[in-house]
Design a protein around this ligand. Structure first.
Ligand code: CA
Length: 477
């Protein structure tokens, strides 16, 4: 499944980081919905390219329903996940804090069989908080936060889990799937027919119907458009001459199912008072033909292509739609924003790294939600302060970029701007000193590959990818 890396033509575009206020924001009138407490839905998609949605400028993939969601909400232009790979990114999102605080830094060596990773017992999830506050909670789709019994979603705040525990699986029924690959509902295997993206979409719609009179929290984590590249025949026919046929078909199905959910919310008069997030868990991957447009790098490395992601926040009764927000934002902010929206008082022990985005989206606060953001996965790390970005590789060195005129991270300023180099390096070291050492790694074969990719990218050289010896395992990574 792996293919030669094509280095994207890096179009240096002006980053609009400086212009960081939501434009023309207004709080609109209250809705006529039945619940006073908002419903919360977090839609996470997997390994999607930065420019592979209509609302992000795609011209060859069709996403009319996700684009409608974007029109009803706010599109973020400088939003980042806290990790460049699946599992730690989800750990950050669902806890609202840098996942390195509890040692959840890497994907593990299981290549999708997540038996060797997991959330520490004392870690609180967003679902724990909503469950405690009388919300109905459900996780649908890919979990990838551990497969031991203490890590099961039912033990992590979710009343219901309808999905699979691992990092990836076939979109079609499998013969003898492992414990981590079975489709399950609360630990019990569910046999299904058809296509997994439809199955998850159907469950999301039915859950809304079942809970239309009660506030709910839904974590809807599609494994689309992660490998394996598999699509329905009818969708492949629709895109039979498309150069990215499988990705186009998988994206179409994902969009259809998000459309089903949106229609159900609308039909039940719940859409106005439902806070919906749409985000990808990391940058476009090297192996699913995704495109990251002007960004350098891809899933698994610390350039913008690894962690800057498409992000929408929609809450029609409270946030005016059809807007763009250019402030520096993190997936860690989803936690704080969601509990504030639900008027849940934050327990001081939570110690969140994310912030509440609502004042920025409701024209009460100007500026950047974050002045600084940090990333680290084993030997690779990065820091962002204002428009400046530092990328570091252990035992190799650091590069420095000014994203305001070099979004493609081509022009290394580390030799010429030593003041900023030292500032970002010192702040990164200071941040790292507060984090735990990783509780697990990704294994030498994979770490060697990602190390060499980083080295090449830092030197603006082509970064050809070599597969570890076990090809089968890498598909899911
Ligand atoms: Ca992913």
């Amino acid at each position: 499944m792996l293919r030669n890396i094509c280095i994207y033509t890096l179009i240096v575009t002006l980053c609009s980081c400086a212009n960081n206020k939501a434009k023309d924001n207004l709080v609109t009138s209250t809705s006529n919905t039945k619940n006073t407490k908002p419903n919360i839905i977090i839609i996470v998609v997997d390994d999607a390219g930065y420019v592979d949605f209509g609302f992000m400028g795609s011209e060859d993939l069709d996403t009319p329903n996700i684009d409608n969601l974007a029109k009803e909400g706010v599109i973020f232009t400088d939003a980042h996940v806290s990790s460049t790979v699946c599992a730690p990114s989800r750990a950050g999102l669902i806890t609202g804090k840098y996942q390195q605080r509890f040692g959840f830094e890497a994907n593990g060596t299981g290549f999708g069989n997540s038996g060797d990773i997991g959330l520490s017992d004392n870690v609180v999830t967003l679902a724990d908080v909503f469950k405690e506050n009388n919300y109905r909670t459900i996780a649908i789709g890919k979990w990838h936060l551990g497969a031991t019994s203490t890590d099961h979603p039912n033990k992590r705040g979710f009343d219901e889990f309808y999905g699979f525990l691992g990092g990836g699986r076939s979109y079609f029924p499998m013969n003898n799937p492992s414990k981590e690959h079975i489709l399950q509902q609360n630990g019990k295997r569910v046999e299904f027919e058809g296509y997994l993206t439809d199955v998850f979409g159907d469950r999301s719609v039915n859950f809304v119907e079942e809970n239309k009179d009660h506030p709910f929290f839904m974590y809807l984590a599609y494994n689309a458009v992660h490998t394996p590249m598999e699509a329905k025949e009818e969708d492949l026919q629709k895109y039979k001459n498309h150069p990215r046929q499988y990705l186009a078909a998988m994206t179409w199905s994902l969009d259809e199912n998000i459309g089903k959910l949106r229609s159900k919310l609308k039909d039940l008069d719940l859409l106005d008072n439902t806070l919906i997030y749409f985000i990808s868990d990391n940058g476009g991957a090297h192996n699913n033909s995704s495109e990251n447009g002007p960004l350098k790098g891809w899933k698994g490395n610390e350039f913008e292509g690894g962690h800057r992601v498409p992000f929408i926040v929609s809450w029609p009764s409270k946030i005016k739609g059809n807007q763009k927000f250019d402030g520096l934002t993190s997936s860690l902010d989803i936690f704080s924003t969601s509990i504030t929206a639900a008027k849940i008082e934050k327990d001081k022990s939570l110690d969140l790294d994310g912030v509440n985005l609502l004042p920025y989206l409701q024209n009460e606060k100007m500026g950047n939600p974050h002045n600084e953001l940090y990333w680290r996965k084993l030997e690779e790390s990065a820091a962002r302060i204002g428009d400046y970005k530092l990328v570091s590789l252990e035992n190799f060195g650091s590069t420095l970029y000014n994203l305001s005129n070099d979004l493609g991270e081509r022009n290394d300023l580390s030799g010429s701007d030593t003041i900023m180099l030292n500032k970002l390096s010192n702040n990164l070291s200071n941040w790292e000193s507060k984090m735990m050492a990783p509780l697990w790694r990704e294994g030498k074969p994979w770490e060697d590959i990602t190390y060499n990719i980083h080295k090449k990218l830092m030197q603006n050289k082509p970064a050809l990818l070599k597969e570890p010896s076990d090809k089968k395992k890498t598909v899911i990574h």
